[in-house]
Design a protein around this ligand. Structure first.
Ligand code: ZN
Length: 462
């Protein structure tokens, strides 16, 4: 691959080990990896391709640690607008059960397009429903066409209503098949090497939709192959009550019992965790995907983000599925993380009466969660910061815009405090996915039309 020189960023935010922010910064890139990060005057003056981004701020690509791409087909569905998690799921399961392989493809394109335009360069997706012949392969193939790195989770549901689970029997799968298909997908697609475009993750959906046996066997299989494990955990009080009643344990203790803790495990949400459970995450290396918009949308609660960071838990950012957000805007999500944590700080401060407000999450901390934090959660040392040897994954935003007018006293903070905007450049492994504000890998108007057609069909058949 040719060399690429990026020069004259107003500020280059490295998120490196020293958190350097370089005025008039640039990058020299070869073969998809960064060779140099420095003030422009210290970089080589020649390269196969040169881009002058004067007037722009440049950051490491944002990394999304939890999503359900297929849910972009069921945003703002009227019957699921004002429901809590369990009722929301029961309303949507039958609609999702009508999806076909082409719906997985079209929704993957839409979600990744939206993510790329918000500065995202790596996305994890949790696909746990496979109706009408749909396969994880459909998503992996579609993702290649957009050009973002993908952590494709082979999700699963096996505990139907007739066995005491939440999903209808029609959308759950046979456990022997789930494990066989998981093994096939790892062998076919998982790339453990640096700069991998696709990694496979095993991800039984949640305590209320799979059996303990499937959790155990998925963990054993994942460890045999060295792939990561992911599930929803401690998202709501309903889930906590379900675990205590059905299994006799709180959600985190239940995971511990099933051998589902360690550096190779990350949980979505973890809103309802106590200080001992936070310590367990920190000691064992469990990661968390923080999805503030979804937690607010479904009235689930506010995750103890600052407490987790203080305890040394690896926390990344996630937009969650688009039926509970209802968007894939990573800068917007970083803003939500900052605001939600401050609501929590205020509420805790009030309840402590006179002892002051707990520390506030800063804009830079919110960006750090979305970059370095997310990379650590996914186990990707070569992502999340800009330094020699790291992947050339970054995005840039033109600062001369209405949304940032009057906010350029601190452009880095403005990206979080001001209204979320679209990226002008998004680059993955040295290749442009967004250039001069346009997605270069898809025809967006045609994509939106095809997506709306698929969404109308799914909901009209209800
Ligand atoms: Zn989710």
């Amino acid at each position: 691959m040719p060399s690429l020189l990026i020069k004259h960023a107003v500020i280059l935010v490295t998120m490196d080990d020293h958190r350097r922010e370089i005025p008039d910064g640039g990058l020299f890139i070869r073969d998809g990896f960064i060779e140099q990060v420095a003030p422009t005057c210290e970089l080589p003056s020649e390269a196969d391709e040169i881009l002058d981004i004067s007037g722009h701020i440049l950051l490491p690509g944002l990394i999304n640690t939890h999503h359900h791409f297929y849910q972009t087909l069921t945003r703002a569905v009227p019957a699921a607008q004002d429901a809590n998690l369990f009722n929301w799921l029961k309303t949507l399961y039958p609609i999702w059960g009508r999806m076909k392989p082409e719906d997985i493809r079209v929704s993957t394109h839409t979600a990744l397009a939206e993510l790329a335009l918000s500065g995202c360069t790596t996305a994890s997706d949790h696909l746990y429903i496979y109706p009408n012949g749909a396969r994880l392969d459909d998503e992996i193939d579609a993702a290649r066409e957009v050009g973002l790195r993908l952590h494709a989770s082979r999700g699963s549901m096996s505990l139907g209503e007739s066995k005491g689970g939440l999903p209808p029997d029609a959308v759950v799968e046979d456990e022997a098949f789930i494990l066989k298909d998981s093994q096939r997908l790892i062998e076919q697609y998982h790339d453990p090497g640096p700069g991998a475009m696709v990694q496979v993750v095993l991800a039984p959906c949640s305590p209320f939709s799979v059996t303990p046996e499937l959790m155990r066997q998925s963990a054993a299989l994942a460890r045999e192959y060295g792939v990561h494990l992911h599930t929803h955990l401690a998202e709501t009080q309903d889930e906590e009550a379900f675990c205590v009643q059905k299994f006799g344990y709180r959600p985190v203790a239940y995971m511990d019992l099933l051998n589902w803790v360690g550096e190779d495990v990350w949980f979505a949400h973890s809103v309802y965790v106590n200080p001992e459970e936070i310590s367990l995450y920190a000691q064992t290396g469990c990661g968390v995907a923080h999805c503030p918009s979804s937690n607010m949308r479904l009235a689930s609660g506010i995750m103890p983000l600052v407490e987790m960071l203080q305890a040394g838990v690896k926390v990344g950012l996630g937009v969650d599925g688009s039926a509970s957000n209802d968007g894939s805007q990573m800068l917007g999500e970083a803003r939500q993380a900052l605001l939600a944590s401050r609501v929590r700080a205020g509420m805790l401060g009030a309840s402590l009466s006179g002892e002051g407000t707990p520390p506030m999450l800063t804009a830079r901390q919110a960006l750090e969660v979305a970059t370095r934090g997310s990379a650590a959660v996914l186990g990707r040392r070569e992502l999340g910061s800009l330094a020699p040897g790291k992947c050339a994954d970054f995005f840039a935003i033109n600062l001369q815009r209405l949304e940032y007018a009057g906010g350029l006293h601190d452009p880095v903070a403005a990206m979080v405090f001001c209204a979320p905007v679209k990226a002008d450049y998004t680059v993955v492994g040295g290749k442009f996915v967004v250039k001069a504000g346009e997605l270069v890998t898809l025809d967006l108007p045609r994509q939106v039309e095809a997506h709306n057609r698929a969404a109308r069909r799914l909901v009209a058949e209800a």
